[in-house]
Design a protein around this ligand. Sequence first.
Ligand code: NAP
Ligand code: GDD
Length: 343
Amino acid sequence: MKVAFITGITGQDGYYLTKLLLEKDYIVHGTIRRASLINTERIDPLISKYGNDRLYLHYSDLLDSSSLTNLLNKILPDEVYNLAAQSHVSVSFKNPIYTTQVGTLGSISLLEALRNTNKSIKFYQASSSEMYGGASKTKLNEKSPFDPKSPYAASKVFAHDVTKLYRESYDMFTVNGILFNHESPMRGETFVTRKITRAVGRIKLGIQEKVLLGNLDAFRDWGFAGDYVEGMWMMLQHHTPDDWVLATGESISVKEFAKAAFEAVNLNWKDYVEVSEKYFRPNEVEYLLGDYSKAEKEIGWKPKTSITELVNMMVESDLKLAKQEKVLIENNLLKPTWDNPKS
Ligand code: NAP
Ligand code: GDD
């Protein structure tokens, strides 16, 4: 049985990757952070199913390098997936030092822990299309230049470079997956796609009136997270380590995503979306479009889910959530809102 170690197991990708690996008969160890409220909600169904058997959780933090070393020495995994990050671009402008510490020191601490434990452990780094900066409309591939536009993106460039550096310097199996945006019903609610589909569900059921958004003209290459975690795993099964882009090869604007999501419940987005300065960023990544041909050729990966399927999947799931909330509202346990206060 193979053993995997995942940082960021409580996040969107952590959920899908853990599910995939458990279905492949792996033993999975993941790091969680202590919070005042328990935050394992996404992986709770997996804990119920595999928690006494093949899924183990450990308190750690990417900034606590000793905990990483201790865990790796004890677990001796075959594969390490570094998914942990302060992953919200807008928040990275508000908490730049913390975001940078986790992204840079956190990643190199994990690589050092690996180097000192066993250099043959395979390592996946969650690199990002944000590193490209989005100033050109060309299809971006593994050779395209980086031009980071946020503290988050700058820290991802460091982690990307150092992952490659350890591969070249120490002959370690370290891989960068340069992933374009990927979404799902598990997506954090403050990322734009989920913010929109959450609003669509609530507006359709009459428990929210409007949704406030920022730049509607940004374009993203949006895929389904479930497809992308399979690509992460495929990268670590390849005979040689390298860097690969995962994307869909299609890009649409925030406006087009909102239009499609509202249309899925027969509503017109223009009646419900308002623009607020609050959601504009100090610097914007305007356009991202990825070229996944290297991954298709070398590791046999390609996206399976279309943007229409993704929008419908997210809207359907958020309609179900809104129905549950409506029951709470009818029992005076929750209040209807104008905009989602948690966004
Ligand atoms: P996410 O939902 O925000 O999850 C981030 C995870 O990192 C959470 O489990 C979080 O734990 C954990 N984390 C944050 N700070 C940490 C720290 N200091 N120490 C340990 N763990 C920490 O992100 P995601 O969408 O799953 O993305 C996974 C990774 O891929 C991230 O590195 C992200 O930057 C990168 N990425 C994502 C996309 C995308 O479109 N989703 C695209 C390219 C790259 P808590 O639950 O305790 O907060
Ligand atoms: N979050 C958010 N909220 N974004 C908005 C809003 C809003 O109300 N209105 C417009 N946007 C625009 C943002 O300005 C950005 O151009 C675009 O929608 C996408 O924003 P996010 O969904 O926050 O994602 P992101 O592209 O900044 O970052 C995500 O993808 C990266 C990969 O390219 C994150 O998952 C990163 O961790 C990841 O690396």
